[in-house]
Ligand binder design. Structure first.
Ligand SMILES: [Zn+2]
Length: 215
């Protein structure tokens, strides 16, 4: 039931590099390198910088009212922050091509009629149609509302702005206007931001340069 809870990932140098599901985090915690080192360790949010392997972590009893992973005979604390034991790189700053990022590049606006729509009403349009050899990439795909896409069919029509490859930070900055969701208080100290009640207006910007958002 917790499989989709989010876990913050730090690299070996304690830099926040991403967010994964609890399910993936557990897989990392349980898998090991050839020398027996676990791929990830759990950081105890209530005990600054203490690192645990699963064996030790599973010995700590959850406190009253704390969320637990229950098995038939036991209950365990739910990891919120993990650290990769050997991985020391920073996230890639390439903008990966996918539908969500494409809509973000085009600000969810149909590039044919200029209307802003929600994701469900948008579609990915090949400027040079696929049947004419058009590729599925940043340079040939644009955001279209469904009626415009349907109307266009396989005809050639010029979008208001020709598709281009954005860089990662321009995508992040378009996304930045949205509120960043931090589900666990324990994340704040690793993200280098303060909880909202203490935050000044520009705190979100302080870690945008180093943190990989799941775009
Ligand atoms: Zn349209």
């Amino acid at each position: 039931m917790f499989a989709h809870r989010k876990v913050l990932v730090l690299n070996k140098s304690w830099r926040a590099i991403g967010i994964i599901t609890l399910e993936k985090a557990m897989a990392k915690i349980f898998s090991t390198y050839d020398d027996g080192t676990p791929k990830a360790k759990i950081i105890d949010p209530s005990n600054n910088f203490m690192l645990f392997e699963w064996e030790e972590w599973s010995m700590i009893r959850p406190s009253e009212g704390e969320l637990k992973i229950r098995t038939i005979n036991n209950s365990f604390r739910v990891p919120e922050v993990i650290q990769y034991t050997k991985y020391d790189k920073m996230p890639s700053t390439k903008a990966h091509f996918n539908r969500k990022s494409l809509y973000r590049r085009d600000r969810s606006t149909c590039q044919y009629c200029g209307e802003k729509k929600i994701a469900e009403q948008l579609s990915l349009d090949h400027v040079l149609p696929r049947c004419q050899g058009g590729m599925t990439n940043w340079e040939n795909c644009t955001t279209s509302c469904k009626p415009c896409n349907h109307h266009k069919g396989s005809k050639l029509r010029k979008p208001s702005r020709m598709p281009y490859k954005p860089d990662y930070y321009s995508l992040v900055s378009k996304w930045k206007n949205r509120k960043i969701h931090v589900p666990h208080e324990s994340w704040y100290k690793y993200l280098g931001i303060t909880p909202p009640d203490l935050a000044s207006d520009d705190t979100e910007g302080s870690y945008l340069g180093t943190f990989r958002f799941d775009l």
